[in-house]
Ligand binder design. Structure first.
Ligand SMILES: [Ca+2]
Ligand SMILES: [Ca+2]
Ligand SMILES: [Ca+2]
Ligand SMILES: [Ca+2]
Length: 317
């Protein structure tokens, strides 16, 4: 006589674990808005200052652009090797160097020929850079007015400027102020439409859509200037944060991947059940068996058996 080991029906229940802290973000010290920002360095005498390394020389002041909320200016710089950083309020008291670090290292700038160089300083991130050392990439889109730009689809609005303060060659921008809605964006280089990339990194390619389903959620734009691919992630991604990514859950009772042995079995035959989640999304999975013959339930924890490298799933037995 054959009967299923588990008669009746079965319900899989996810039990969420405790809240875990999210991956830490770099802490950026907030300081009062500067009254001036000076590019200080060995290039100041070439640009018309009385000498070099002079925070008080107004000739190399950046100008604050209220539409961009970024300080910026361009100068024609003679060929040569220079170093510079940004000094605030005409003083050394608050200055930023490489990697947006307070009092950080000088930033090298080497020019083979006389070049018009544009310099940038963002007081929100303290990143100081120029368009020779860095790719200047923005995300024009229909969400820019929501960020405070004067309009949408403006490649020149630096409120959606992709920055690389850690210098790893990956440029990113994050915001949590977008209202619930459907949006689109792409990547533009040098504050112009002349060079832009859409879906899949295609030059002039399709707009990349994203949806904000909840106010206050973080939207992260990440740009790889080698592949030209812009990734837009809404939310922090799967994590042990008391929220489950339902798209990642799977148990298919008709697949022998999820049930082994498959089909009807003699009583007392051990079987293996599997359940899938996004990697790192949950602290545990339990299965609840309900035996209709006995009118009782059993709850058993599943064991995490695999995280597939390069994939985003755990497989639990
Ligand atoms: Ca000089
Ligand atoms: Ca808009
Ligand atoms: Ca601008
Ligand atoms: Ca980076």
């Amino acid at each position: 006589m054959y009967r299923k080991f588990f008669s009746g029906w079965m319900v899989l229940v996810l039990l969420l674990g405790m809240l875990m802290p999210l991956a830490s973000q770099p802490v950026i010290a907030q300081t009062p808005d500067p009254t001036s920002v000076t590019i200080v360095g060995s290039l100041q005498s070439e640009l018309g200052c009385p000498g070099d390394w002079q925070p008080e020389c107004a000739t190399t002041h950046l100008a604050y652009d209220a539409d961009d909320d970024v300080w910026q200016n361009s100068w024609e710089v003679p060929a040569g090797s220079y170093e510079y950083k940004a000094a605030l309020n005409d003083s050394w008291a608050e200055n930023y160097g490489a990697n947006a670090q307070p009092g950080g290292a000088n930033i090298p700038l080497t020019l083979d020929a006389v070049t018009t160089v544009k310099f940038f300083y963002d007081h929100k991130s303290h990143w100081v850079t120029d368009n020779e050392n860095s790719i200047v990439a923005t995300v024009p889109g229909n969400f820019q007015s929501e960020l405070g730009c004067s309009g949408d689809w403006d490649p020149g609005c630096l409120r959606s400027w992709l920055q690389d303060p850690d210098g790893d060659g990956i440029y990113s921008f994050e915001t949590d102020v977008l209202p619930v809605g459907n949006y689109e964006g792409k990547v533009a280089i040098d504050e112009s439409w002349d060079e832009n990339y859409g879906a899949g990194g295609t030059p002039g390619g399709a707009n990349i859509p994203f949806e904000v389903t909840q106010a206050g959620v973080a939207v992260t734009f990440t740009y790889n200037p080698v592949s030209h691919i812009l990734s837009i992630q809404v939310g922090s991604g799967p994590a042990q944060d008391n929220s489950v990514w339902w798209d990642g859950l799977e148990h298919n009772s008709r697949s022998d991947f999820y049930r082994q042995p498959f089909g009807a079995l003699p009583a007392e035959t051990p079987i293996t059940l599997r359940f899938r989640t996004y990697a790192g999304d949950v602290t545990g999975v339990k299965v609840r068996f309900y035996d209709t013959a006995q009118s009782q339930q059993t709850v058993l924890p599943l064991t995490k058996v695999a995280t597939i490298p390069g994939e985003t799933f755990d497989y639990d037995i």
